[in-house]
Design a protein around this ligand. Structure first.
Ligand SMILES: C[S@@+](CC[C@H](N)C(=O)[O-])C[C@H]1O[C@@H](n2cnc3c(N)ncnc32)[C@H](O)[C@@H]1O
Length: 184
């Protein structure tokens, strides 16, 4: 038996939707764990990853090189995820966001609400019908975007996108939450 948490549920949903050959996006590459997960799902498809920190992308590239026979279909870009539509012109199946700071890195560099929203608007436009956006949102650090994000996704238009929230209801503190969006 495996332990369930919001991130494992995110991966379960993505695994169910992503097929070999698909193009998918990791909007917050960080140490590259989600990027590797996506690359293993799309196989010969394409993964495009964004992070603003060079050291994150270097760590992620090392993880990919260590674990994939051929990482040439994974493209890591040092740029904010708000610029997603400058780099991607084709339909995508899924986008994953894992918000907050880089584990093991500079905790003062965090994702911010305004660029996130600009990114979400572009990502949703690029998504194919039934495409998925997965957002892991953390509430424990100063300056986190959780409340603004909750309000934003709650008000997305029902005829365009479905919005789901996964919350740990009986955990102490401020556990991370998962938002899953599915384009109509
Ligand atoms: C929680 S970490 C991501 C963890 C990662 N998915 C993994 O599997 O290791 C959040 C990352 O978002 C990055 N980030 C912050 N603002 C960003 C932005 N505007 N665009 C892209 N990445 C950003 C940070 O540099 C950090 O590496």
């Amino acid at each position: 038996m495996k332990k369930i948490n919001p991130l494992s549920l995110s991966h379960l949903i993505l695994k169910n939707q992503i097929k070999p050959g698909d193009t998918v996006v990791d909007a917050t590459v960080g140490n590259g764990h989600d990027t590797l997960f996506l690359a293993q799902l799309v196989k010969t498809g394409k993964v495009i990853g964004f992070d603003i920190q060079e050291n994150a992308l270097k760590k992620a590239q090392a993880l990919l090189d260590e674990n994939l026979r051929d990482a040439s279909n994974v493209h890591l870009i040092q740029s904010s995820h708000e610029n997603i539509s400058d780099y991607i012109k084709t339909e995508i199946t899924a986008v994953i966001y894992n918000l907050g700071y880089l584990p093991g890195g500079d905790h003062s560099i965090i994702t911010k609400f305004e660029p996130l929203v600009r990114s979400l608007i572009s990502a949703i436009q690029l998504l194919k019908p039934k495409g998925i956006v997965s957002i892991m949102s953390y509430r424990g650090h100063t300056g986190n975007e959780y409340s603004q994000l909750l309000s934003y996704v709650t008000h997305l238009k029902q005829d365009q996108i479905d919005v789901y929230q996964v919350s740990a209801l009986n955990q102490k503190g401020l556990p991370a939450e998962l938002f899953i969006l599915q384009k109509k």
